[in-house]
Design a protein around this ligand. Structure first.
Ligand SMILES: Cc1cc2nc3c(=O)[nH]c(=O)nc-3n(C[C@H](O)[C@H](O)[C@H](O)COP(=O)(O)OP(=O)(O)OC[C@H]3O[C@@H](n4cnc5c(N)ncnc54)[C@H](O)[C@@H]3O)c2cc1C
Length: 458
């Protein structure tokens, strides 16, 4: 075992950990990075980036299919090979993190591919794939950014089948004839529509009463309607109770008694935090916890910072990136504004896109606020009307009536995630509703529907 003293150890490099390590090393700290798989984490290799390349492909397919209704003759023969090549060559470099490693090394950081575990305050033990052990003592401290892995529900027989997770889905070079997706959250919904538009027969098995359960019910209803129109079978309020695989086919038994067959099964049923093998017990923290509690400076303990999905403030790349900037300032002793989470935005890249920021109506009511809501149908706006097929969606705003500010908003529609930008500013900066109502909204944009939603506040 070799032992070293450094300034900062970063265990796990999601996008935030990588950025922080880069910035800390650039600022002159002696930084060691420990990553057990790929520097950059889930987002560039198995999450946001490859799935958004899939979405780009499936949106193009859908758009060509709408052309006859708005512009003339057009046909498309979808080819998954184009998407697969883009993901492999342009997004992930064949799932190779050399560029990320070199970027870190260029600014003076040391990168170890291996498993990092805490071994007391400011101490880390690294286990390399070759079986070597390295002991690190961090003068400033340790930042953990270990991320999550797919949750696999404890369904009888499932563990013995060759089910897919997002990690398999992004590496596909060919699509199956049919797929059953277990889970109707953002990942399940995005991939369901992608696969269906490329000709796969898709069934979504959702144990809750609606898709995209963290969003407004109106958003779920529209996505479910669109899925039905596109031939995606959505089963809600059902439990998968048994899974079996034989001769290249899955047989799934639901609690309703129905049996489904599918060529493939993809599990998208939530995520499990990678906290169980991080040595948290050596610093008095619970390795079985669902989240790692952090303060507004992302401090999780003495000489310990945590960022990313495991902090429970939103499992999104933009949250991890926001947090890393704050943790970095704290590590460097620079102060500045601490973290606030009242305006966390998110976008699900179905078509229509579902963007949300802050609280849903129900969350605001549960928080005890006096709530007023306003909403409008995008299809009824001038832009939605002229757009024609695909021009549907909605805007919903949630106001804290006592303070006269929006505490949440939803934008569903073509570019719903972009319309969301406006609403995110309103929630973040707590812009008074009368000020929002006094603005001029360009005609005929989709975002102009926000004015109608604000007028509907009641
Ligand atoms: C299919 C899919 C689509 C997504 N799409 C979006 C999207 O469109 N927009 C969005 O904002 N977010 C999206 N996300 C979420 C996004 O990927 C994560 O929020 C983002 O990657 C940040 O995660 P993180 O910082 O917690 O760490 P991660 O990105 O999960 O990285 C953690 C890293 O830590 C490493 N690690 C773990 N434990 C150890 C250890 N003990 N020692 C060494 N290394 C360790 C892991 O190997 C991993 O590389 C998506 C996720 C998935 C799965």
């Amino acid at each position: 075992m070799s032992a070293h003293e450094v300034d900062l150890v970063v265990i796990g490099t999601g996008p935030g950990g990588e950025a922080l390590a880069n910035a800390a090393a650039s600022a002159g700290l002696d930084v060691v990075v420990v990553e057990k798989h790929l520097v950059g984490g889930e987002c560039p290799y198995y999450g946001c980036i490859p799935t958004k390349m899939m979405v780009r492909g499936s949106d193009a397919v859908a758009e060509v299919r709408r052309v006859p209704q708005v512009a003339g003759e057009a046909t498309i023969t979808p080819a998954w090979s184009v998407v697969a090549r883009r993901i492999s060559e342009e997004a992930t470099a064949g799932w190779d993190d050399t560029i990320g490693v070199e970027r870190l090394e260029k600014v003076g950081a040391t990168v170890h591919h291996g498993v990092g575990r805490l071994a007391g305050t400011g101490r880390v033990v690294v286990e390399t794939p070759a079986g070597e052990t390295l002991e690190l003592t961090a003068r400033r401290g340790v930042l953990v950014n270990p991320g999550t892995r797919p949750a696999v529900p404890p369904v009888e027989g499932l563990a013995d089948t060759p089910y897919w997770t997002n990690r398999d889905a992004v590496r596909l070079t060919e699509l199956p004839g049919s797929v059953a997706i277990v889970g109707g959250g953002p990942i399940g919904c995005e991939l369901a529509q992608v696969f269906a538009r490329f000709g796969v027969r898709v069934t979504v098995i959702q144990h809750g009463s609606r898709l995209l359960a963290a969003d407004e019910p109106e958003a779920s209803a529209l996505v479910e309607k669109v899925f039905a129109e596109e031939g995606i079978r959505v089963l809600t309020d059902v439990e998968l109770v048994r899974a079996a695989y034989a001769d290249g086919a899955f047989v799934l038994t639901l609690d309703t008694g129905e049996q489904l067959t599918a060529d493939k099964v993809m599990v998208a049923a939530g995520r499990v935090p990678n906290l169980d093998d991080l040595g948290l017990e050596t610093v008095g923290l619970d390795p079985a916890a669902r989240t790692l509690e952090v303060d507004e400076w992302l401090r999780a303990g003495e000489k310990l910072w945590a960022i990313g999905d495991v902090t429970g403030h939103g499992a999104f790349t933009h949250v991890a990136m926001y947090q890393q900037a704050i943790a970095l300032r704290d590590i460097l002793g620079q102060g500045g504004a601490p973290a606030q989470y009242h305006a966390v935005p998110h976008a699900t890249f179905t078509d229509p896109e579902v963007g949300g920021v802050g609280m849903t109506e129900q969350a605001a009511r549960d928080a005890g606020l006096r709530v007023r809501t306003g909403s409008t149908d995008l299809a009824a706006s001038s832009r939605g009307f002229t757009y024609g097929p695909g021009g549907h969606g909605l805007i919903k705003v949630v106001e804290d009536a006592d303070r006269g500010v929006l505490v949440g908003a939803t934008a569903v529609g073509p570019a719903g995630g972009e319309i969301l930008g406006f609403l995110a500013v309103a929630v973040h900066a707590e812009v008074p509703v009368p000020t929002l109502r006094s603005m001029i909204y360009a005609y005929p944009t989709f975002h102009r529907a926000i004015e109608a939603a604000l007028a509907d506040l009641s």
